[in-house]
Design a protein around this ligand. Structure first.
Ligand SMILES: Nc1nc2c(ncn2[C@@H]2O[C@H](COP(=O)(O)OP(=O)(O)OP(=O)(O)O)[C@@H](O)[C@H]2O)c(=O)[nH]1
Ligand SMILES: [Mg+2]
Length: 277
């Protein structure tokens, strides 16, 4: 049996938990089902109570006290503990059906998937041992598009996550409502499907000539992969959330699995045509 899940990832404060809540509200609205998994041991307030919560496994404050760690080191230790106790996650998740989407709300410390292989190993376990069809939704705050160097840095971190995780990946510019009035539609298009060489000439104009060769190397790296595109997201707008869910569904092949079930339902009005003997 297939199971479906999305890892919602991205830098701190980019709107992951808000997007998870908006996604849950929309999924409930369209009478589909979902499971909400909080993987952030530092998260305190939730719009929807998580069905599975890492805080039921381990307490960040205890880890910080006992191991003498700060919040980031503590979070890494919590994840290492989770990785040693994956049977806990498996039993908490139970038997999620193939009509349900499991939403993993991840912490904002991107070192979990760009520097150390903790989240990649979790993704491997979910896809391998637990038979999940899994994709990543990488959120990057849209205010980054106002500062092109930040946009390049954000694009590189999205690429790094994409390469580390090795699962289907959707890049999303979140909080679009904050930039709509500041950037023209034409300008915005340049960021959604970025042509790095054009953006690089803008960066050249803004940076010290000493960095031009470095800029060009970064641009050619992004160009070589040519796989960074962004969707737009406004979490307060249900149409925008619906559009993002459609991409996630496509990425996961969700409808391919649902359709046969619909076809299996007998059509009440349909009668087998009489055959000529
Ligand atoms: N204007 C606007 N604000 C948003 C949007 N999404 C989130 N926010 C705000 O951004 C802030 C951070 O949102 P969160 O959802 O907590 O972000 P997060 O990525 O889960 O944060 P961490 O878990 O701490 O990494 C909150 O104040 C949200 O209200 C959006 O679409 N538009
Ligand atoms: Mg959060």
């Amino acid at each position: 049996m297939s199971r479906f899940g999305v890892l919602v990832i991205g830098p701190a404060g980019c709107g992951k938990s808000t997007f998870c809540a908006a996604l849950i509200a929309h999924i409930k609205n369209i009478k589909r089902s979902c499971v909400y998994v909080n993987l952030d041991p530092a998260a305190e307030e939730f719009e929807y109570e998580p069905d599975v919560d890492i805080k039921d496994l381990i307490c960040l404050e205890d880890v910080m006290d006992e191991m003498g760690l700060g919040p980031n080191g503590g979070l890494m230790a919590c994840f290492e503990f989770l990785m040693d106790n994956l049977d806990w996650l498996e039993s908490e998740l139970g038997e999620t059906g193939e009509d349900s989407l499991t939403i993993f709300d991840c912490p904002g410390q991107i070192e979990l998937y760009t520097h150390v292989p903790i989240l990649p190993n979790l993704a491997k376990h979910l896809t391998g041992h637990m038979s999940f069809n899994l994709c990543a939704a990488y959120l990057l705050e849209s205010t980054f598009v106002i500062d092109k160097s930040k946009f390049f840095a954000g694009t590189l971190s999205a690429m790094s996550a994409m390469i580390m995780l090795e699962i289907p990946h959707i890049n999303i510019l979140s909080k679009m409502d904050l930039v709509r009035n500041q950037v023209s539609k034409r300008e915005l298009k340049r960021f959604l499907d970025p042509d790095p060489s054009i953006l690089a000439s803008d960066i050249h104009a803004e940076t010290n000539p000493r960095f031009h060769r470095l800029n060009e190397c970064v641009v050619s790296l992004i160009d070589d992969f040519s796989m960074v595109q962004f969707l737009q997201l406004e979490s307060q707008n249900e149409d925008s959330v619906q559009a993002t869910l459609s991409y996630i569904d496509d990425c996961l092949g969700w409808s391919d699995v649902q359709e046969p079930n619909i076809k299996d339902e007998p059509d009440q009005d349909w009668e087998e045509p009489a055959r000529d003997e």
